[in-house]
Design a binder for this molecule. Structure first.
Ligand code: ARG
Length: 454
């Protein structure tokens, strides 16, 4: 076995030999965590400012570190960064390059810090921003549903329970029924933001530091709401990821239900919507086909969300305090679920905007007399008949094939006072409020102009 030195490793002082190259590749997280680079740089700048406030580095050393980190960030953003095999993660790569540019600054930056609290910080910064992006995407999808509901006007369709025709409902009501879960998801995302909004640096590897670190300075630099209370928990905690992933699962499940409705509506059997070419696909074999692939993909991609949540929660189960390398796996699940939720929300928004309801097919379906049986029973109740007897009487007519609807779909819907327009306005207002929040959060990071974190 040829000798490979541990040079380039942050811990090379302790090791005479390097890791086997195969295992180096196995252990590396760089391909996954490279996207955390802007957060890692911002976190390091804030940390260096904290070191300055603590009197652990000079003003000049701070300026050198900031300049060096700015250059590293610019190189990564421009795709000019030259990675080395020993760069086992984003933290190692950035510190290694900073040390090449500014050997003294590079040697001082990690003062009082471990990669354990550093990755916790990077993840929290990423999560805050992901929450803002998801909030914006949720607002977009909910607003599209509200717009489509308004555009549907007085169009009525059969509403279903057990996938059996039940009672007539405004098309807009059905669309808005899919907007409400998304607004609840926005509350889940907000909760995940609050969970992530905590500054872990100062925890070190797990037990804090003998140095007089100024944690509150670092937190203020990064706009964090609070400091972590316990250093062991600070490096072990991934609850904020679980909260975000749960929101991602919830979003995916809700979108899968909306997508399923679209698939049904677009089927030959229902025929309630026509899919314009812009949101439909064809068959390579069957010339007549027009398929709802986009809706099916949205439905199917909920599997990614559930898979990611399951993967992370499985990693966490039974992990001993405090940091364990298993935690490196968190990012694979996190990015998969967040990316998936964002992509599916955007696809849903585009799909909803294009839904073209077929008024004739809807009218034909609404001729089913059974849809008005409940109205007929309630009319008897209004005339003083006890409900159970009214139900029995109408059911008897239905069974004998003698039931006739007392009125048509418009009156049926009108009598139930379903104010779709007011509901759509409320959903739009809430979407606008969410967008405003996403504009104002998270607070800007201390990043050089050369870098964009989003
Ligand atoms: N790449 C690691 C992760 O994602 C960073 C922390 C590594 N810490 C350590 N002691 N090896 O979790």
């Amino acid at each position: 076995m040829p000798f490979r030195s541990a040079r380039g490793k942050l811990y090379s002082g302790r090791f005479a030999e390097g890791l086997l190259p195969e295992l180096e590749r196995f252990a590396s997280s760089l391909s996954v965590d490279l996207r955390l680079a802007p957060f890692d740089v911002a976190g390091s700048i804030a940390h260096a400012r904290g070191l300055r406030a603590a009197g652990l580095i000079t003003e000049e050393q701070l300026r050198g570190i900031e300049r060096g980190l700015g250059r590293v960030a610019a190189e990564i953003a421009a795709g000019e960064f030259r990675f080395q095999e020993t760069d086992e993660d984003v933290h190692t790569a950035i510190e290694r390059r900073l040390t090449e540019l500014d050997p003294d600054g590079g040697a001082r930056l990690h003062t009082g810090r471990s990669r354990n609290d550093q990755i916790a910080l990077d993840l929290r910064l990423y999560c805050r921003e992901a929450c803002a992006r998801l909030t914006r995407a949720l607002a977009g999808a909910a607003a599209a549903l509200a717009d489509r509901a308004v555009a549907a006007g007085r169009l009525v369709m059969p509403g279903y329970t057990h996938l059996q025709r039940a009672q007539p409902v405004p098309v807009g009501l059905h669309l808005l029924a899919h907007a409400q879960p998304l607004l609840r998801d926005a509350a889940r995302v907000r909760h995940a933001y609050q969970a992530a909004d905590e500054m872990p640096l100062g925890a070190g590897a797990l037990a804090g530091s003998t140095l007089p670190l100024r944690r509150e300075v670092v937190a203020a630099e990064l706009g964090f709401g609070r400091l972590s209370a316990n250093p062991m928990d600070a490096v072990a905690d991934r609850d904020f990821l679980l909260d975000l992933l749960h929101a991602g699962v919830s979003i995916a499940i809700h979108l899968s239900r909306l997508a399923e409705d679209v698939v049904l509506w677009a089927s030959s059997e229902f025929g309630f919507v026509r899919l314009p070419d812009r949101v439909a696909t064809g068959s390579s074999l069957m010339p007549q086909k027009k398929n709802p692939d986009v809706a099916e993909l949205i439905r199917g991609r909920s599997g990614r969300a559930l898979g990611g949540y399951t993967a992370l929660v499985t990693v966490l189960k039974g992990l001993p305090m405090a940091y364990d390398r298993d935690l490196q796996e968190d990012k694979v699940a996190l990015f998969a679920v967040v990316d998936n939720a964002e992509a599916c929300l955007e696809a849903t928004r585009l799909l909803v905007e294009e839904l073209d309801f077929d008024a004739e097919r809807l009218a034909a379906a609404l001729e089913d007399q059974g849809l008005y049986a409940t109205d007929a029973a309630e009319r008897l109740v209004a005339e003083g008949v006890p409900f159970r007897r009214a139900h029995h009487r109408v059911a008897g007519q239905v069974r004998a094939g003698e039931f006739r609807a007392p009125w048509g779909p418009e009156r049926s819907v009108q009598l139930r006072r379903l104010d779709v327009a007011a509901q759509a306005r409320a959903v739009r207002r809430e979407a606008a409020r969410l967008r405003r929040w996403a504009e104002a959060n998270p607070p800007p990071l201390p990043l050089p102009d050369t870098v964009r974190s989003r």
